[in-house]
Design a protein around this ligand. Structure first.
Ligand code: CAA
Length: 287
């Protein structure tokens, strides 16, 4: 093995926004990657998403056309879960639903090699719980990426009760090999970033729900006043209101503290399918 992590090939299970972004970053860093989803429609969407991201990266001068072409060739899109066998690292990135994630972890455990590292991209489910679905929980840890993955440099490494020192060392080295920065956190709801981000986002939603200020002014306040790239309501739409709601709910469940509670408006928006950018409407409307 030539690199410090000993990871030479990767598989990502779940080809949504996060999974396809993770696979793209892995391929750009030079690793072959299998990206798996359940059906051809999901796989096709992932292909389009990755393609338009490569176009953006080339337009922005981040990659030249040759590098983008080589990275594209390193990505194998598939619906076959058996294709993950042989990967040194498998990253689970399916939707944020406990039963689904447990089922996928069990399937990964059956299909993958015994010595591979298994990372979950969950933002709200205890890694300890997911690790129990795998027969060697020492190999499991959280690898929490940020959207848009090809642009955001951070990965939170979540160390669960059973995670072994060698799993942590390999995963940390791998994040560096990806050209990203790792921060280490314990297995506690919110980790580091969402523990800080979610109370801020919930405060913005409450401010809007109470009619204290317009959505535009709340966003402009933080964008222009504090230099954030996006205002909080635009950021909620970007992350997905269902995802924000799930993280918020998991923080309330974990800490029983009001400051994390999702305001009633957020629950109603999720119930009515206003999930943000991905569904065409959230706090704002999208094409
Ligand atoms: N690949 C590589 N680079 C890319 C790219 C791609 N596909 N797309 C864009 N870029 C680069 C651009 O070239 C540009 O680089 P420079 O600044 O060096 O010129 C930079 O990324 C910004 O891109 P754009 O100028 O095209 O776009 P923008 O200015 O509208 O920024 C944004 C878009 C990066 C999304 C920015 O608005 C942003 O940073 N928003 C905040 C995102 C954020 O907070 N994410 C975290 C969400 S929380 C989460 O994910 C975790 C969770 O658990 C909820």
């Amino acid at each position: 093995m030539s690199n410090a992590s000993g990871i030479e090939s990767v598989a990502v299970v779940g080809a949504g926004l996060m999974g396809s972004g993770i696979a793209e970053s892995v391929a750009v860093a030079g690793f072959p990657v299998v990206l798996r989803d359940v059906d051809e429609v999901s796989v096709g969407r992932a292909r389009d998403r990755i393609e338009s991201s490569f176009t953006r990266a080339v337009a922005g001068g981040k990659l030249d056309a040759g590098q983008a072409g080589l990275a594209r060739e390193r990505i194998e899109l598939t619906t076959d879960l058996e294709a993950i066998a042989g990967a040194d690292l498998v990253i689970e990135a399916v939707p944020e639903n406990l039963d689904l994630k447990l089922e996928v972890m069990r399937a990964i455990d059956r299909a993958a090699e015994d010595d591979c590292v298994i990372g979950s991209n969950t933002s709200s489910i205890p890694i300890a719980e997911l690790a129990q679905a795998v027969h060697v929980p020492e190999r499991v840890l959280g690898l929490h990426f940020f959207a848009p993955v090809p642009v955001m440099r951070l990965v939170e490494i979540v160390v669960a009760l059973d995670t072994s020192a060698s799993t942590l060392t390999r995963a940390t080295a791998f994040v560096e090999e990806l050209g990203k920065s790792a921060i280490e956190t314990k297995d506690r709801s919110g980790f580091i970033v969402n523990m800080l981000l979610i109370p801020y986002l919930m405060a913005a939603v409450r401010m809007y729900a109470e009619g204290f200020a317009s959505r535009e002014d709340i966003d402009a306040g933080m964008k222009l006043g504090c230099g954030h790239p996006m205002g909080p309501l635009t950021l909620c739409d970007f992350i997905g209101l269902d995802v924000v709601y799930a993280i918020s709910d998991s923080l309330v469940e974990e800490f029983k503290a009001h400051e994390y509670a999702p305001p009633p408006l957020l629950k109603r928006m999720v119930a009515s399918g206003r999930l943000g950018r991905k569904s065409g409407r959230g706090f704002y409307e999208y094409e």
